[in-house]
Design a protein around this ligand. Structure first.
Ligand code: NAD
Length: 494
């Protein structure tokens, strides 16, 4: 049995806890590997390694830090397939989808290549007579990232690219369900020239997370995962004096107005509802269909479902893979089983006929879902799309704004005025106008509102740079200096 250890100080080390977690092959339902789960003492040792690496890395000039990111960019680009295969093997998502997540993660490395420009501060000459004032951004020290199972390569890249480029050292605690992509990225960072100790991966569960939250040398924590854990991470981390950004779960609604192109809307519902088996925090899980077009839209979604190819990532042509574990598959199936008892209409039952082995479910479609029903209220995180019928824009908007989550949303319409009003009114962090999965590009920032994010800064992009730096303002006055020397060499920074 393949056993996955930790990545510490530039090499793989085996765990010493004697505890391990199961890594499944979700497409077969068999155990594929075991992962060592760290003790608090092991976590403290890793943090000490990252702390020791910090002084030299923060002193490394910007040009050299950018160079490491450029090298990393090339290495990830050259290894897209390898990374995607690791993701598919442990997560189950099909290869095309896994390649998509690698591409969206890579964007963040590309953004971090511009770090010399991103860390520029402001300068005010002659703020007072003979006095200049300027601001600088400095790294925090050791920062930690705790990531979910559903984007095993992209979400770590959201975090570590900017964190490292800003001059921090990093400890990543990936999901214990699919840690191999993180271990591989660690190897690529080493090949890219990142000094040992600057990036470390500690595998583990709650014990490792709690140790990171308690360790006084961890200055900041970036978290992505479910809402209850995000809230816990935020409350515990901030209580311990850390800077924390904790992104939580979602229940994303897509409002379809009567003037929308219904074929386009149905395509979008199917793509965003069932892609990655619904295991995306930006998946559409509720379609708010205006009454006058609801029957037609439900019919069009229903007609499209039989053509979705469900099966293992290893077979070319499949579009939707299994769920992450048997336990999660059963939980999702439970929502489908309970839908009719709650008063909803089960239009397509995805429990029927999925591939026999592995943790598969077929897509389910539920009509007449309403607030108060579990299928409507809970984040299901599976291939289950619910339709809620609304009188029109106002009722749809009210449902979205009443929802405790506020991660993503979309409106489908041909009315520019309605879309503009929606963008203005809606209390959600990421909004799509005829775009069902509006994940911001890397030079914006990613984050929801309400129970989808705890903290003040969104992730990656400009907010990421702010999160991973502290600003300092210098007020300076100099007597007339005569400090110049002669140097005929061409000026260079390294
Ligand atoms: P999860 O909350 O179970 O786990 C996330 C991380 O927290 C993992 O590393 C895990 O080891 C750790 N963890 C789990 N239980 C813990 C505990 N009791 N104490 C301390 N740490 C703990 O989430 P998941 O199932 O891996 O991922 C799916 C969830 O993540 C969904 O809710 C999804 O919406 C959310 N998600 C959100 C975003 C976003 O950007 N908002 C992105 C991706 C996923």
């Amino acid at each position: 049995m393949n056993s996955i250890g930790h990545w510490v100080n530039g090499q793989v080390v085996s765990g010493t806890s004697g505890r391990s977690g199961v890594i499944w092959n979700p497409a077969t339902g068999e155990q594929a590997a075991a992962v060592d789960l760290a003790t608090a003492a092991e976590v403290d040792d890793v943090v000490a390694v990252a702390k020791a690496a910090f002084p030299a890395w923060r002193s490394t000039n910007l040009s050299r830090r950018a160079e490491v990111m450029f090298h990393l960019r090339e290495l990830i680009d050259a290894n897209r397939k390898e990374i995607a295969s690791l993701v598919s093997a442990e997560h189950g998502k099909v290869l095309g989808d896994a390649l998509g997540e690698v591409a969206r993660g890579l964007e963040n490395v590309e953004f971090a290549c511009g770090i010399p420009n991103l860390l520029k501060g402001g300068y005010s000459e002659q703020a007072s007579t003979g006095i200049d004032v300027y601001s600088i951004k400095q790294p925090l020290g050791v920062v930690a990232g705790i990531t979910p199972f559903n984007f095993p390569s992209m979400v770590p890249m959201w975090m570590f690219a900017n964190a490292l480029a800003c001059g921090n050292t990093f400890v990543l605690k990936p999901s214990e369900k699919d840690p191999s992509a993180s271990m591989f990225l660690a190897e690529l960072l080493k090949q890219a020239g990142l000094p040992d100790g600057c990036f470390n991966v500690v595998n583990g569960d709650k014990e490792a997370v709690d140790a990171l939250l308690a360790n006084p040398d961890v200055q900041a924590v970036s978290f992505v995962g479910s809402t209850p854990i995000a809230r816990y991470i935020y409350e515990t981390g901030t209580k311990n004096g850390k800077r924390v950004q904790a992104l939580g779960g979602a229940k994303n609604h897509m409002l379809v107005l009567p003037d929308a192109d219904l074929d386009m809307a149905a395509d979008a519902c199917v793509s965003a509802g069932y892609g990655s088996a619904g295991e995306r925090c930006m998946a559409i899980s509720v379609v708010l269909a205006a009454d006058s077009i609801a029957d037609e839209l439900v019919g069009k979604i229903k007609d499209r479902i039989p053509s979705i190819k469900v099966g293992p990532a290893s077979e070319e042509g499949n579009e939707m893979g299994p769920l992450i574990t048997g336990e999660h598959r059963d939980k999702v199936a439970g929502y489908v089983a309970g839908a009719e008892g709650e008063g909803a209409t089960l239009v397509v039952d995805g429990r029927r006929g999925p591939p026999e082995h592995g943790f598969f479910l077929n897509p389910s479609l539920i009509d007449n879902a309403k607030p108060g029903m579990k299928v409507y209220d809970d984040e299901i995180f599976g291939p289950v799309l619910s339709v809620t019928r609304v009188a029109g824009y106002a009722e749809g908007l009210a449902l979205i704004n009443d929802n405790p989550f506020g991660n993503g949303t979309a409106i489908f319409t041909r009315d520019g005025g309605a879309a503009r009003q929606f963008q203005f009114d809606v209390q959600v962090g990421m909004v799509g106008v005829n775009v069902p999965i509006p994940v911001p590009v890397s030079y914006y920032s990613f984050g929801g509102w309400k129970a989808s994010l705890f903290g003040d800064t969104h992730m990656y992009g400009p907010d990421g740079v702010n999160f991973y730096t502290r600003s300092k303002v210098v007020t300076s006055r100099w007597p007339d200096p005569s400090t110049s020397t002669i140097d005929l060499g061409f000026p260079q920074s390294r």
